[in-house]
Write a protein that binds this ligand. Structure first.
Ligand code: PMP
Length: 285
C-alpha cells in the first residue's frame, strides 16, 4: 500500500507530494501545525486540536484555508487512505507561496494546507513507557510566543539532539530564572518530594498541550489536586516522579534528569495512573 499525503486540495502519492520553493512555511517558518493522535483509526481530541489550531492561526493572522468541517473530512480521509490504526495525523497551514519578502504578501495569497499521517508502533511506545526516559536540561532560548504552535522549531531540534548526544532521550527547557518551561515536544510535570503534582502555568513560555489539558480533567475526576506554577530544576531533581505529556506519547515517565535519578528510577504511580486513565477518559467523553 502506498502512503498518501494531502497537499492543497489533492491527495498525492507521498513520494510525489511537494511544496513550492517559495512556500513561506519553508522559507520563514511562517506556518502553524497540529499533531493529533490516532487510535483505533479514530482521531483523539480532534475538537480541541482544531480549536488550538484556530487560535494559532488567529495569533499570526493566517486565514483558515478550509472550513473546520472540511478540514475534519480531510484529516479522516488521510487517516483512512493510509490505513492508520495507531499513529498520528499531522497538519500544517502556512501563509502560502509568494516572492521572498518578510512582510505579508500583498495582495494576499491562498494559505497552504498539508496533511500527512503515519503509523506508530504501540509495542515500542508501551515498552518505552514501561521503562521511562532520561532527560537533560537545556537553556530555553526560544522566542517569547511558544504558546503559538508554529513550525519554527530549530531550538527544539537542537535541544533534542543535544539530549541524544548525551545519551538521554529528551530535553527539558529551563528559563533564565532557572524554572523548567517544558520539554522539546511535550509538557513537563513533576510530583514533588512532598507529593504535590505540579506543572508550569500556561503562559507564553509553554505550548498549551491538549494532553496536558485532558490530563487536568482526568486528575480532577480522580479527586487529585494539581498546582500550575513555576518549578525550578532543583525541585525537579528532588522530585518523587516526573513525566511528560504529548499527543503521541500521552504520558511518558521520566526517570532521570541530568543524571539525577528520580524516585526509585522507575515510572511512578501517578504517571502510570494517568497513562492508564487517559484513554478511558477520552473514549468515554
Ligand atoms: N510542548 C511542545 C513544545 C510540543 O511540541 C508539544 C507537542 N506538540 C507539546 C508541548 C504537547 O502538546 P500536545 O499535548 O497537544 O501534543
Amino acid at each position: 500500500m502506498s502512503r498518501i499525503a494531502y497537499v492543497n486540495g489533492r491527495y498525492l502519492l507521498f513520494r510525489e507530494a511537494k511544496v513550492h520553493v517559495e512556500d513561506r512555511g519553508y522559507q520563514f517558518a511562517d506556518a502553524v501545525y497540529e499533531v493529533c493522535e490516532v487510535r483505533g483509526g479514530r482521531l483523539i481530541d480532534e475538537r480541541r486540536h482544531l480549536e488550538r489550531l484556530k487560535r494559532s492561526l488567529t495569533e499570526i493572522r493566517i486565514a483558515m484555508p478550509v472550513t473546520p468541517r472540511a478540514l475534519g473530512v480531510v484529516l479522516r480521509e488521510v487517516v483512512a487512505r493510509n490505513r492508520i490504526g495507531y499513529g498520528f495525523v499531522y497538519l500544517q497551514i502556512g501563509r502560502g507561496v509568494a516572492r521572498r519578502d518578510p512582510a505579508f504578501p500583498a495582495p494576499e495569497v491562498a494559505p497552504s494546507l498539508v496533511v500527512t499521517a503515519r503509523s506508530l508502533s504501540r509495542t515500542k511506545n508501551e515498552a518505552l513507557a514501561e521503562k521511562g526516559i532520561g532527560v537533560v536540561s537545556v537553556p530555553d532560548n526560544r522566542w517569547g510566543r511558544v504558546d503559538i504552535k508554529t513550525v519554527g522549531l530549530l531550538p527544539n531540534v537542537l535541544a533534542r539532539q543535544a539530549a541524544i548526544d548525551q545519551g538521554a532521550r529528551d530535553a527539558w527547557f529551563v528559563d533564565k530564572d532557572g524554572f523548567v518551561t517544558e520539554a522539546a515536544s511535550s509538557n513537563a510535570w513533576i510530583v514533588t518530594a512532598n507529593g504535590n503534582l505540579v506543572t508550569r502555568q500556561a503562559d507564553h513560555a509553554i505550548l498549551r498541550g491538549i494532553t496536558r489539558m485532558v490530563a487536568f480533567e482526568v486528575i480532577k475526576a480522580r479527586g487529585v489536586s494539581v498546582e500550575e506554577r513555576d518549578f525550578a530544576l532543583e525541585e525537579a531533581y528532588a522530585a518523587r516522579e516526573a513525566f511528560v505529556t504529548s499527543a503521541t506519547q500521552i504520558v511518558l515517565p521520566v526517570v532521570s534528569i541530568d543524571g539525577h535519578v528520580i524516585g526509585d528510577g522507575k515510572p511512578g504511580p501517578v504517571a502510570r495512573m494517568l497513562r492508564l486513565e487517559f484513554h478511558r477518559y477520552v473514549g468515554a467523553e
